[in-house]
Structure formats: C-alpha cells, structure tokens
Design a protein around this ligand. Structure first.
Ligand code: GAR
Length: 213
C-alpha cells in the first residue's frame, strides 16, 4: 500500500475527509505548522501520529522547510497531501518530492490563485466557482490539475454560503484523487497535464444556473 503524510494549518476538514474515506493509502502522520491547529487532536484520536513544526520558531522559509522535510522524511511517505496548509513552500522543498505533493485549492484554477478566493470570485461576477486538486510545483497554485469540481454562484449568495458549497465538493474530490493515486491510475502527459486512466463523468455534467422547470 502506498503511504502519505498530511500537512495542515487549521481545522483540517479536508484531512478528515481524506482519512475517513479510507482511499487505500497508509496515512502515517499529520504535521501542522501551527501548534493550535484544530485538526491535530482529531488525527491523534484516530491513532495517527501527529507532529508540529512551528513556522514561528524558524527565522527563514529555508530553515522552516528543512525542519519540515526532516519531520516528513521520518515517515518516508509516497505522497504529501496539503490540506489547508497555509505556507508557501520553497523550491528546494518542492523539488525534494517530485510529482508527490498534492494540494487542494478553493477555486477553479487557474482562476483565483492565492487567498480570499470566494470573495474574489463573487466580486468578479463569475457564475461557476469550485475547487481544484493539483500537483504542487514552484509556481504557486499552478501545478498540473488532477481533478476539479464546479458549483454555481447563486443569486443572493454570501461568501460563507459559497464557501460551504465549495467545501462540500472539496470533501468529495480530495478523497477521489487519493483513491486514484492509491490505485496507480494517475499518469502524466508531459510536464503539465495529468490524466486518470479509466475515469469518467457521473450524472449531469452540465453545471449551469438555469430557471427551474
Ligand atoms: C480549504 O477550503 C482549502 O481548500 C483551503 O483552506 C481550507 C482549509 O480547510 N486551502 C487553501 O486556501 C490553500 N491555499 P480545512 O482545514 O477544513 O481543510
């Protein structure tokens, strides 16, 4: 069985979704850069090893990433899942784990990289928003895309309502991506394009706001 380590910074709802889905990966540890991350006690309660590498204890990104790499390497994982991990990783760290670091981002990349994605999507007036699981490369929020899910932006939406609609999809597609990786179905086509062998589309794939019948 392939193994994984999950990196978090906060509540860890995506971490929970990954673990509870039992995607066929051995989750060896959860590591947080914040000692108070809400996800840590949950992981421990599931018998998963937890570690803290506090970014505030490090004078530079390089020294934090070196300590993080040491913590990760102790578990020798095949994959690293960033699940609400809110630190920008150095190129050195990313190159240490080629094609092995996954991230979930709350927008349909390449639209809205960075922070405050739901507010920015609403301000831009987009009608479809969503979430993306991608491989991490040094270009922030721009690595090869593994899976995306779209949701409509509805009349009268608030940022919180939109965020909740997106988060429900995050909890669906991150475990899906993990299952594909566990099954060895993920293939690179060149440096930028990822395909999943045998994946299809279930149900109504035209997601667009429309008048009710
Ligand atoms: C999630 O919405 C995730 O997509 C986002 O932070 C939230 C973490 O929630 N990640 C990023 O914005 C990464 N740039 P969680 O801790 O409950 O999984």
């Amino acid at each position: 069985m392939k193994s994984a380590v999950i990196l978090i910074s906060g509540r860890g709802s995506n971490m929970q979704a990954l673990v509870e889905a039992q995607p066929g990966l051995d989750f060896r540890a959860v590591i947080s850069n914040r000692p108070a991350a809400g996800g840590l006690p949950w992981a421990a309660s599931r018998g998963i090893e937890t570690r803290v590498v506090d970014h505030k204890a490090h004078p530079s990104r390089e020294s934090f990433d070196a300590a993080l790499a040491q913590a990760v390497d102790a578990f020798a994982p095949d994959y690293l899942f960033l699940a609400g991990f809110m630190r920008i990783l150095t190129e050195g760290f990313i190159h240490r784990y080629p094609r092995s670091i996954l991230n979930i981002h709350p927008s349909l990349l390449p639209s809205f990289p960075g922070l405050d994605t739901h507010r920015r999507a609403m301000e831009a007036g987009v009608k479809l928003h969503g979430a993306t699981v991608h491989f991490v490369t040094p270009a922030l929020d721009h690595g090869p895309i593994l899976v995306q899910a779209a949701v409509p932006v509805l009349e009268g939406d608030t940022e919180d309502a939109l965020a909740a609609r997106v988060l429900a999809q995050e909890h669906r597609i991150y475990p899906q991506a993990a299952r594909w990786l566990a099954a060895g179905r993920v293939e690179f086509r060149g440096a930028d394009v990822v395909q999943v062998r045998g994946s299809g589309v279930a149900g109504d794939w035209a997601i667009a706001p429309r008048d009710p019948p």
